[in-house]
Each structure stands twice: as C-alpha cells, then as structure tokens.
Design a protein around this ligand. Structure first.
Ligand code: BG6
Length: 528
C-alpha cells in the first residue's frame, strides 16, 4: 500500500490507496528514432553562452550517439568571445563528457564543431559567415541546408534576424542556400506588442514556415503523449467534458530557485516565465478538440481555438482568482536555501512573483463551468509536473446508508515529470466482512517495457527542426493570443499599489502560500 506524500494536498479524502499495474506492449522498432534528415549545418548564434554548453551541444552529441544525425552534418558556433575551433571544442567537451567516458565517440563528433567570432549587429560579419558556410558546404556536402539557432539574450533576437536577412542568409534555395530555418528561444517578447514587433522583424527576412519558436515542454515525451492518450483511445474522450469532469489541475512545481538568472527573472517573474508559454500549452493540449489530422497546422489550429476561447481574466477582482507568491528562506532537499530577495542580482525589495496559482475558464460547450487551476512555482517541496483530471462524484451514492453520501471521485493523473506515468484511481470493495471502500490506482509507467533510446526535449526539438516539422513549436498566432490573455493580468499586477495583496510569501521547500491552498479549496467548493 503506498501513499504519495510528496504531492500537494489535493487528495486528502482518500482513505487508502492501493497501486496496481498496467502492462505495455513493446514499441515497434520504427518509433525508436526517425531516420536522419537532409544533410545540414546548424549555426548557433550566441555559442559562447550557457545554453550552448548546457543544452544544445549535449543534445547534438547524444543525437550523434544514437545515430539520429545525418552523416553530413556540421555545427558552426558564433559568438563575440574570441575562441579558436580547438578552444571551442575543449569547452564543449567539458560539458558533454562530464559523466561519459566514451572519448572515441567525442573525437568523431568534435571534428564537426567549428567556431567563428561574430559581431551580432554587423551585416559584414554575417556576410563573412555566409562565405564560411558556403566553403563548408563544398568540403562537407551539407548542400546549403541551414538552421540558425538564436541562443542569444532576447534583446538581440531582432538584430540577429535582421542581419541574417541583410547578408542573404535567410533566403532559401538561392545564392547556394538550400532550405533555411531559424530557431528562436523563449521568451518570445515580453508582452503582446514586443512579440508583434519581433515577428515583424523576423518576417521581413523569414516566412512563417521557416520560423521555429521553441517551447521545450512540447518536446517532452509525456507532453506529446497527451494527444495520443486522448485521441488514440475511444474510452476517455466521451467523458472529457463538463458532464463528467469537475475540475482540472495543471501543476509545474520546481525545487530550483532563480539560479544565476536573476537578471532575466527580475524582468519576467513566474507569469511570463512559465504561464504565458508552458502552462498555456499544457492547458491547450488538455482542452483542445481533436485536430483533423496529426500534422502541424491542424494541431496549431485547434490550440489556437483554445486560446481564443479563454475567458478574459477577471482583472476587476484579480485576487479572487489568482494568488502570487515569492519564496523566503527555507529548506529544500534537506539544504538551507535563501529567500528570493537574498539571491544574487535580485532587488532586496523585489515584488517579482516566483509562484502563481490561477483559476481559468474556457467558454466552450465542452468546458463551460469547469475550472482549470494552473499552478507553478520555484523552490517548492518537489519537482513535479502533472495534469490531474478530477472527475465528478457519482450522482447518487447507492451506499449512502453504509458509507455516507460522498464517495471519492475518480482521478486521472498524467505525470509529465519526474515520474512519467498515467494513473487512474477508482473505488473498490475492501476485502473483509465489513462493507468498506478503498481507492485503488491503475498505473502505467511510461518507460515500462521500453529499452530503446529516449530523446530529451532539446534533442527532439532539434531533430524536428531538421526534419522541417513545426508541430512542437509555437505558431505566431498562438504566441499573440497567449500574450493577449496574460497581458491584462500583468498590467493589473504591475500597477497594484498594495504589495501585501499582490504578493504572499512562502517558505522555500513548502507547497506555496497558504492563501493559494485556501483560495483553491474555496473555488473547488464553488464549482461543485
Ligand atoms: C524554463 C523557465 O522555460 O523552464 C525556467 O525559464 C524553468 O525558469 C524551466 O526552470 C522549467 O523547465 P523543466 O523542464 O525543468 O520543467
């Protein structure tokens, strides 16, 4: 018998929970890895930064290891820091081989890495880059196919996209170019207007079909599985609506604090950092209608309808639907940690929220009256991302004379991370002479029965971009609508004159502000 003590206290009425099992057929060999794409060069602009060594090069190296890269594949890192190819390779080696001893594989990979110094705002600098790329095409057979990955601070995205345009690098199938794609990291703008300005600049040189706006949550296996689970099974979809579902919880809690990103986070906070993007994507996947086919535009079209149907947030009584918090000093994983305001680079009087819990409604036939609670925060009790579908209680309790009126409702949990699972709880009779109920769980672990290679989010995102598949990236209209929803909340918060109302504090290592738990309990009661 197990009980999950780490989860937020949403299941308090469960008397006993017994876990069972689901079994998995082995996956077909075809789904282990897509065949390598066309030959190409990946150009990382901003290659001396953290993202390149922490995420991009390790992702490429692991794809290489899994034979997921085309044979003719090169990487050109561009940055302002003066480095030779060898120095760049030595830096990358440290981040890749930390826990990996396969030196011979690294030797085979590293010869594909090149580095050049670049001025981000100089068209001449990009023209010289274009020259190098053409040379590389002729020596390495990369056929002029290029991905430009902007691993830059946000304020340089527009400049770099513009310079790529001016130097002729954005054009496809001309001047020696094959296909050309641009990858833009989040944050995509800091509000609706800045996102639109960025789009305007990017679209001066690139068409929408060339633009890949990353949301690494979409590339997580278990996030991709939401649509498969919903639309490849006939038994759940008929219940996936207001008639059977009481409310939906979407939770993304982290144990990490702001780390070394205070400069960015102080201008962002949890609403821009997690809600405008990852949380709304999880909501869209949970709530969308079945797309007409499993292809990029059809999926984007349905997501966009979800964003269009978001009920405008009631900013006139903001704090009856939203709790924001900021962590103070506490203990995480047994280690004392400081409060947000004591973090390096954070203003000692900062009012930036590191936690948010909001109630959101969708004005559609399917979802009318069903609240979606979105919760995300840093320095919470555990790393946990999950979507919890809480079904309605039985309409009448047949067992009311023996067991009382309330019978615990069914709960379906889609665990995104760290445990990747799908679990359905239901009621059974407890063995024995007395009539007692017990809640049991039918559980499927995502990796069960699977021994093949797994793709980390960045590996999947890079691979899809190489294949020209935009499904797991943001489309322009989605970004705009997501900002349109979040922006009024941001405005109201940023003009709030009462810091105590605006921001609750919570102890690092806890489950967030008490006010959030209380408000949520109240809101759940109201929706019954
Ligand atoms: C990023 C945010 O997009 O997502 C970070 O900028 C956050 O603040 C991270 O920590 C969470 O991602 P994951 O994959 O660890 O849940």
């Amino acid at each position: 018998m197990t009980r999950d003590d780490k989860k937020p206290d949403t299941d308090t009425e469960l008397s006993a929970v017994v876990e069972g099992h689901a079994t998995a057929d082995p996956p077909s060999v075809d789904c282990l890895l897509q065949s390598p794409s066309d030959p190409c060069t990946l150009v990382i602009i901003g290659a001396s930064g953290d993202l390149t060594s922490r995420k991009l090069i390790p992702a490429l190296y692991h794809l290489f290891e899994k034979k997921g890269l085309p044979d003719r594949f090169q990487v050109v890192g561009c940055g302002r820091t003066a480095l030779t190819d060898d120095e760049f390779r030595a830096r990358m080696e440290k981040s890749v081989l930390e826990n990996d001893e396969d030196q011979s594989l690294w030797e085979a990979f590293k010869v594909r890495l090149h580095y050049r110094v670049i001025e981000y705002d100089s068209a001449d600098s990009y023209r010289e880059l274009a020259e190098q790329l053409r040379e590389l095409d002729s020596t390495s057979g990369t056929e002029g196919n290029r991905i430009f990955y902007l691993a830059l601070p946000m304020f340089l995205y527009g400049t770099s996209a513009q310079m790529l345009g001016e130097s002729g690098l954005a054009v496809e199938h001309e001047h020696g170019n094959g296909w050309t794609r641009i990858v833009v990291e989040k944050p995509y703008g800091s509000d609706r207007a800045s996102a639109a300005r960025l789009d305007e600049v990017v679209h001066q040189s690139f068409s929408e079909s060339q633009v890949y706006r990353i949301d690494h949550y979409l590339a997580k296996e278990t996030v991709q599985n939401i649509l498969i689970f919903r639309f490849a099974n006939a038994i759940f979809e008929p219940m996936w609506n207001r008639n059977y579902i009481e409310h939906v919880d979407i939770i993304a809690s982290e144990t990490l604090g702001v780390e070394k990103r205070a400069g960015y986070y102080e201008t962002s906070g949890v609403l821009r950092d997690m809600f405008q993007n990852h949380m709304l994507q999880l909501l869209a996947l949970t709530a969308m209608e079945p797309p007409s086919g499993f292809e990029s535009d059809a999926v984007h079209d349905e997501k966009v309808k979800v964003f269009q149907n978001l009920r405008p947030f009631p900013t006139h009584n903001l704090f009856e639907n939203l709790v924001l918090g900021q962590y103070r000093a506490g203990t995480v994983d047994g280690e004392p940690v400081r409060g947000y305001r004591e973090e390096q680079g954070v203003d000692a009087r900062s009012l930036v929220p590191t936690y948010g819990m909001m109630q959101v409604y969708l004005d559609t036939w399917r979802w009318q009256g069903v609240p979606f609670f979105l919760t995300s925060g840093k320095r919470l009790g555990a790393k946990l991302t999950e979507i919890v579908i809480k079904f309605k209680e039985v309409p009448v309790s047949t067992f009311r004379d023996v067991l009382g009126k309330h019978i615990t409702a069914n709960v379906l949990t889609m665990g995104i991370q760290p445990r990747e699972h799908i679990t359905l709880s239901f009621q059974t009779k407890s063995p024995g002479a007395e009539t007692c109920l017990r809640t049991v769980k039918m559980n499927f672990d995502f990796e069960e029965g699977y021994a093949g290679p797994k793709l980390q989010a960045y590996e999947k995102a890079i691979l899809d971009c190489m294949h020209g598949d935009q499904m797991l990236f943001w489309r322009q209209d989605g970004i705009d609508l997501a900002w349109a929803f979040i922006e009024p909340i941001l405005k109201e918060c940023e003009s709030c004159k009462d810091p105590k109302r605006l921001l609750q504090t919570y102890k690092a290592g806890s489950w967030g502000p008490k006010a959030a738990v209380q408000l949520k309990e109240l809101m759940v009661k109201q929706c019954r």
